[in-house]
Design a protein around this ligand. Structure first.
Ligand code: UGA
Length: 439
């Protein structure tokens, strides 16, 4: 099947490559010529394990092409995925749907015949119905455009596997239209459906809400365990052991229950805020007051870590040498959007500490966001002479560090494990003072 994917960020580029892998002919479209050139050369413009291999394979096979021209998408395919970003509006909690709107404005007037637009971007509930009205108004004489919503649940760092083998496919459609959106989705996802992946066909607002509700639930789970961590700190209990004991209950489950520096990234933080904002617009704000607390608990973890570093130096970090290991918002990603690791590195630098940062993949992005930090190319350079080491992102290379070897480089063997990811007994045995969060 031929299809276009408009927007080639973390979501769109992976979806485009994944659909080529599923056997389709795919055209990826983006306004950024540098990104399009990289993708067309089979290069991923961001770190995503497994994606470069897929891109190279399908650019070479001719099944995957990229362009900056929406007119090409209109010519090439009858099915178009919308995968552009919906960032947080500056100075508000709302999601900025400008790019989603722009796709409809640019593409729809160029369409001839019967087309389907499937939105994958995370949007405020009600957006799909509004876009359908707009598409009806913009469609040329004789052209029909049906809008469906097909939210995406992929995680950065596991995006390829999540695209090819998702837990479920969700599709929102308007039951009063002709059924073209559902037919297109079933044809596109046929290989996944044949493999037994469930497809849930819902109405448009329910499908839009599934996505934000899923992210809100995950964020709530993380903040729940981090709130319990605060109590553990006060009571002298260990949140890591507690979380393990909770996870044995299948009603609770062990995943998304790792206490630490909290959640960040381009999705969870902005999605819970946009959810609250939209609920407020709809007059249902009381239902989501919970999420204000989820957000506050999450930000408190960052403040807690900055406070712990200062306390390690008797209350004043001025001039003290601190190594921060990690800048990405999570391992296996180079994304630093709303990264807890970069946030604490920045706050410590602003408090006068001499902060050195190392991350295996995110240094380029971190430098762009926070150019004044001292970035070092290796763990060894970052920790050399440090009076305190903070592990802020749980990359495997950090979890597997040899405490004796690192110990030979630092000025003081003190580590703050802000992700509770180190083998604390092994570090202690090597002469380190180890502090975790909620332990
Ligand atoms: C999240 C969702 O997990 C995806 O399902 C969704 O598709 C995606 O947002 C999106 O909306 O596009 P992602 O942002 O890649 O995916 O990140 P997660 O793996 O969910 O992690 C989010 C944050 O929570 C990270 O900073 C991570 O370190 C933190 N986290 C996660 C914890 O602090 N504790 C945990 O137990 C789990």
């Amino acid at each position: 099947m031929r299809m276009s994917v408009i927007g080639t960020g973390y979501l769109g580029a992976t979806h485009a490559a994944g659909m080529a892998e599923a056997g389709h002919e795919v055209l990826g479209v983006d306004v950024d010529p540098a990104r399009v050139a990289a993708l067309a050369g089979g290069e991923a413009p961001f770190h995503e394990p497994g994606l470069p291999e897929l891109l190279r394979r399908h650019v070479a096979s001719g099944r995957l092409r990229f362009s900056t021209d929406p007119a090409e998408a209109a010519e090439f395919a009858r099915l178009h995925f919308i995968a552009v970003g919906t960032p947080q509006v500056k100075g508000s909690h709302a999601a900025d749907v400008r790019h989603v709107d722009a796709v409809v404005e640019e593409l729809v007037p160029r369409l001839r015949g019967e087309h389907v637009l499937l939105g994958k971007s995370t949007v405020p509930v009600g957006t799909a119905a509004r876009l359908q009205d707009r598409a009806d108004a913009l469609a040329a004489a004789g052209a029909t455009v049906e809008v469906g919503w097909n939210p995406e649940f992929l995680r950065e760092g596991r995006a390829v596997a999540d695209t090819l083998r998702p837990d479920r496919l969700v599709l929102g459609v308007d039951p009063d239209r002709g059924g073209a959106a559902e037919a297109a989705a079933r044809e596109c996802y046929a290989p996944l459906l044949a493999a037994g992946i469930p497809l849930l066909v819902l109405d448009l607002p329910t499908a839009e809400l599934v996505k934000v509700a899923a992210n809100a639930f995950l964020a709530t789970k993380v903040s729940f365990i981090n709130a319990v961590a605060e109590v553990c700190e006060a009571a002298g209990a260990d949140v890591v052991e507690l979380s393990r004991a909770l996870g044995h209950d299948p009603r609770i489950g062990a995943r998304y229950l790792h206490a630490g520096l909290g959640f960040g990234g381009g999705c969870l933080p902005k999605d819970i805020r946009a959810f609250m904002h939209r609920a407020g617009e709809l007059g249902a704000d009381q239902a989501l007051a919970l999420l204000r607390e989820v957000d506050a608990i999450n930000i408190r973890r960052r403040e807690k870590v900055v406070g712990m570093v200062k306390a390690a130096f008797g209350g004043l970090a001025l001039g003290r040498r601190v190594a921060v290991l990690g800048a990405a918002f999570k391992p296996d990603s180079d994304d630093v959007r709303d990264s807890p690791a970069l946030s604490i590195a920045g706050q410590l630098a602003l408090a006068g500490a001499e902060v050195r940062v190392h991350d295996p993949e995110a240094m380029g992005n971190a430098r762009r966001v926070f150019p004044t930090l001292d970035y070092r190319d290796s763990v060894g350079e970052a920790v050399a002479g440090a009076e305190l080491v903070v592990v802020a992102t749980e990359w495997r290379v950090f979890r597997e560090l040899d405490p004796a070897a690192v110990g030979a480089l630092v000025a003081e063997r003190r580590v703050l494990d802000a992700r509770n990811c180190l083998d604390a007994p092994a570090w202690r045995a090597a002469g380190w003072e180890v502090t975790g969060l909620g332990r």
